[in-house]
Design a protein around this ligand. Sequence first.
Ligand code: LLP
Length: 435
Amino acid sequence: HGTMCVNQYGHLEIGGCDTVELANRFGTPLYVYDVELIRKRARSFVGAFQKAGMPGQVAYASKAFSSLAILQVINEEGLALDVVSGGELYTAMMAGFPPEKIHFHGNNKSPAEIEMALDYRVGCFVVDNFYELDILDQLCREKNVKVNILLRVTPGIEAHTHDYILTGQEDSKFGFDLNSGQAKHALDTALSSSFNVLGIHCHIGSQIFETTGFLLAIDKLFTHITQWKEEFQYEPTVVNVGGGFGIRYTETDAPLEPEDYVSAILTEVKKQAAENHITLPEVWIEPGRSLVGDAGTTLYSIGSTKEVIGVRKYVAVDGGMSDNIRPALYQAKYEALVANKAIHSDKEVVSIAGKACESGDMLIWNIPLAKTQPGDILAVFCTGAYGYSMASNYNRLPRPAVVFVENGQATLVVERESYQDLIKLDHPLYEVVKK
Ligand code: LLP
């Protein structure tokens, strides 16, 4: 997919760059992003709104992958941005992202984070709970400002996905419950405070392959919107349906195209608004994974192997759960290719192990690969979302570098951590006598 191909040397090429050369030049493990594919995905989301002739906003959920360079690409493509912490907000500001296009999310924003976002003048707060409503109201009064807010609600819809990634169901730490009247109470409170209540927000889950969950959530939202109109004479100008659009990690995944999710959502919002005599609101979405996930590929060097006779062959790479926690955490599946043997037909089934001291550190079980030798380069696909952003220094492994490729150009956008970086925050108890 994207700009991937096999070049004349039988090497995997991305964005016009030979991945074997990238591995030699920048070292491994290495995250490689196909920038053209990110742009294509962004345009596909935005295009769906244009096609429907509906105003809206596509905000990139930067938790999927945040760095100065990616946020600049996202800004170039005209998207808005979703941040969930002071750290993500700071990164966005340092990338020159326009603050009015930033939405601030999170279920436990600290007073300091809220104040920081107010001082940066972010475009919108997605308010999650009563505690936040209260602090935000106080701070707004102190600073004599009026802010835009969305109220995050939990519609009680369970999208089919992994349990840890579910967020829209009722028993969830996020948002105001719709069914119990909590959301209505929150709206009442917000409307009588000094906010500009733009509307409501919900997010039903992640890596979703169907539109059903979104449509059910929209129906549910409109039932309540209709009641609120009667009770408070309030109509939302924005309905934000979150992110969660799935991508194809392996052949068995069957996601829709970005524009298909969006057009189904827009059609349902139009229908519900018309049926319930509600002024057509703007629809906002917040894709993370579907903008950057399949644009990312991780390159590893292959090292040791172990054969458990008659059972399995383990092939170890120079990274693992420290740069991709998803297999260990969610049993996530990936596909891979030996980048320097991209057209080999002589394959064997192996399992890809990481290098961390933990048996659970397995990246892929039972995958047919060209026969490998130490020094071969393994490319694991679709690692662009929640790979770098969830990376750790477990076992004191330095985090990998990130390279952007586009039109045959490779640009280092995040440096590889050094051993010095690993101890830069440490304070020794006493002076170490250097030998
Ligand atoms: N909006 C909200 C409010 C969210 O909570 C999330 C993701 C998104 C948007 C973006 O969702 P996406 O389009 O990326 O699915 N670490 C997990 C995914 C956690 C997603 C959390 N919320 C993983 O690696 O699969």
